[in-house]
Design a protein around this ligand. Structure first.
Ligand SMILES: Nc1ncnc2c1ncn2[C@@H]1O[C@H](COP(=O)(O)OP(=O)(O)OP(=O)(O)O)[C@@H](O)[C@H]1O
Length: 294
């Protein structure tokens, strides 16, 4: 999917998006990051086809689009299960198929205690799970998610990451917003920065390398996604104590250099967030691998 010179203003207001060029190719997860009010939600609504651009062209939108809006506050007495079954029928599924799909998605997202309660009584996190489920009732060729992690509990974070990867693996395009660098780096293979209505490609994640500290022993740690196929949660390694260098090798593998005194804590954090430890190598105290003599 491609946006060319897309601009948007609401009524006679100022321009919210100006001359936006962006590609969201099949099989790819693309992140749009930017501050509050920068125009991210407007851009996603145009991608999803729920809002029309004032100028420019949008081409290549797949037939089936799943859209998770930034706010989803369902009303009414219908239960999530009945609501999703109904939406599944609207999208062309037979009743039994729609009910099975709705149940499977609600189980996977662990809508604890909420599947048969009235929609209007749902907590923010459970409403977000229903928003996700409705976008996935029919496998989408394009999945558009506006701040999808907001309100979700930690176990749902992992499930959401799995879902993004599955849609992309099946050849679907994924576009999402988030303002956290660690999240976009972990889940997107392409990223754009949205600022004052302008959109530019973001640089790939930059490896952080601090100079070695003479006399402080370090360890090199390689973390990977586990063999179970379950995706780990994103962690901003640079904020952990003692981490001196991070080098994302690809989406599934990260190399870190950490002071040895902080290595156990780093490994614990990695394991707690679902990462697998592939290698730990002790480095000699002193200059480390990249430096000269202290
Ligand atoms: N329906 C609308 N009518 C008028 N102005 C709007 C409308 N929707 C958004 N805007 C304006 O467009 C600008 C960009 O809003 P948008 O919601 O796209 O930003 P955002 O980057 O998603 O922000 P946030 O991170 O806070 O959700 C804001 O100034 C907002 O007030």
């Amino acid at each position: 999917m491609r946006l060319e010179a897309v601009s948007k203003r609401y009524g006679r207001g100022g321009w919210v998006l100006r001359e936006v060029h962006a590609d969201v190719p099949p099989g790819t997860a693309v992140a749009f990051r930017g501050g509050n009010g920068s125009g991210k939600s407007t851009l996603l609504r145009i991608l999803a086809g729920v809002s029309r651009p004032t100028g420019g062209t949008v081409t290549g939108r797949p037939a089936v689009v799943g859209y998770v809006p930034d706010r989803f506050a369902p009303e009414g007495r219908m239960s999530p299960r009945a609501y999703l079954t109904h939406l599944g029928r609207v999208r062309g599924l037979r009743t039994a198929e729609a009910a099975a799909r709705a149940g499977a998605l609600l189980d996977r997202l662990a809508l604890v205690g909420g599947a048969d309660a009235p929609l209007r009584t749902l907590s923010k996190g459970n409403a977000q799970k229903v928003a996700l489920a409705q976008a996935l009732l029919v496998p989408p060729g394009l999945l558009v998610l506006d701040e999808p992690w907001s309100g979700l509990d930690v176990s749902a974070h992992g499930v959401l990451a799995e879902i993004l990867a599955e849609v992309a693996r099946a050849g679907g395009a994924v576009a999402f917003t988030d303002h956290r660098e660690a999240v976009t780096a972990a889940h997107a293979s392409r990223a754009y920065t949205v600022e004052n209505g302008r959109v530019r490609p973001s640089d790939p994640p930059v490896p952080r390398v601090d100079p070695p500290v003479p006399g402080v022993p370090a360890a090199e740690v390689v973390l990977t996604h586990p063999d179970t196929g379950r995706l780990p949660e994103p962690v901003d390694w640079t904020t952990l104590p003692g981490v001196r260098a991070t080098t994302p090798e690809d989406g599934a593998r990260t190399r870190l250099r950490v002071e040895r005194a902080h290595a156990d804590a780093l490994l614990r954090t990695a394991l707690d967030h679902g990462w697998s430890v592939a290698e730990v190598t002790r480095e000699p105290a002193g200059p480390g691998r990249t430096g000269g003599p202290a």
